[in-house]
Design a protein around this ligand. Sequence first.
Ligand SMILES: *Cc1c(COP(=O)(O)O)cnc(C)c1O
Length: 446
Amino acid sequence: MVGAQCDNFKPMNDDLLSRSRAAVWHPCTQMKQLEAVPPLAVARGEGPWLIDTDGRRYLDAISSWWVNLFGHCNPRINAAITDQLTKIEHVMLAGATHAPVVELSERLAKLTGLGHAFYGSDGASATEIALKMSAHYWRNAGRPGKNGFVSLKNGYHGETVGALSVTDIPLFKATYAPLVRHTVQVPTPDARLAEPGETAEAYALRCADALEAHLAGHAATTAALILEPLVQGAAGMAMYHPVYLKRARELCDRHDVHLIADEIAMGFGRTGTLFACEQAGVKADFVCLSKGITGGYLPLSVVLTTDDVYAAFWDDATARGFLHSHSYTGNPLACRAALAVLDIFEHDNVIAANRVKAIEFTRVLDEVAAHPRVRHFRHQGMIWAFDVADATPGFSARLHLAALAQGVFIRPIGGTVYAMPPYVTAIDEMRALADALLVCLSDPAV
Ligand SMILES: *Cc1c(COP(=O)(O)O)cnc(C)c1O
């Protein structure tokens, strides 16, 4: 059932939609529902705007699944890729190398303090790489029993079979359980779960105690703890106190367990610092990066790790080397896009500019935060989220359609509405988003 506002949104390009329905199996979509919730037929993009095949404009309020940082068709990223196209589009990274991948690795090493970069194509492959590398490290270190993994309740690390084993989404878990290796989930420090009167920090420390209890009993069989630092995105932008990361680092050190920071969604400025771990002063053993790394242009992921990990694989024996590859590893076009993104961060002083912007954006959302249906309004860096108290089944699709009618592209996670706008979004555009959300929330049919 779509409400009155939603009825205003009618996809015009029926031909493209029906062909898409017939030929494209859309991700994260029950295809039977495509009729009721049609995909937006996008013809072009311009800054934070998506423009459909009829020329209507929609604010891309969730940065095209959290990947876009500097808008669509960004001239500087376009120029970098176009230039690279005239040089070399791709060459395999086994037996060959090229300037873009070398320069990107050097720059990421400077930014993270982790000097060895292993590339993949998307986020889930970065998770796979980090898990395999950690377990293989312990094997090379003569401790092959350390091959288990711990992750946080409600954590998300991708959906390939290995990544699914540490992703804690009940629906996925139940469906694919027979394919997936058993791992352990410890309580999430998600601040919404604090007891009344308990601070986010106190709750995070209580969760760290649970992690400690687990590691104390299982360190001998545990290779690594993997977590999303500061914000669990797919859980519904669950935010937590940085003290948890600090304690997790200490506990991993004490129990000889690797810490894998999955910064795939939160890296590249999303939480207000270039990387989320910085806010806890924590250096992980592995950092997984993807999504924003190319500004939302091309699939690229990377796992960065320490000299210690690297050294454990340095040997004459092939089997002691890291056994992993993807055909498009370190693609030069993607690396050039990533270098252009790092240039923009530097030249435009993006982190500092976003800090000012975030204060203004939060003010613009005051009225949304105060709306009677809104609970747990929260904000971290360039992410805003709230839960809708009375959300009934189908709320996410209804709000999505209602927002389209208001010129906003947004997709709630269950009853959680969030905005994760591209960093080039202007204050007026954020105001338009706030107005659209108010209209949607005040529609009794949403
Ligand atoms: C999106 C995401 C992934 C998976 O990345 P894909 O490119 O979609 O495979 C992994 N971890 C986190 C935290 C993510 O948000």
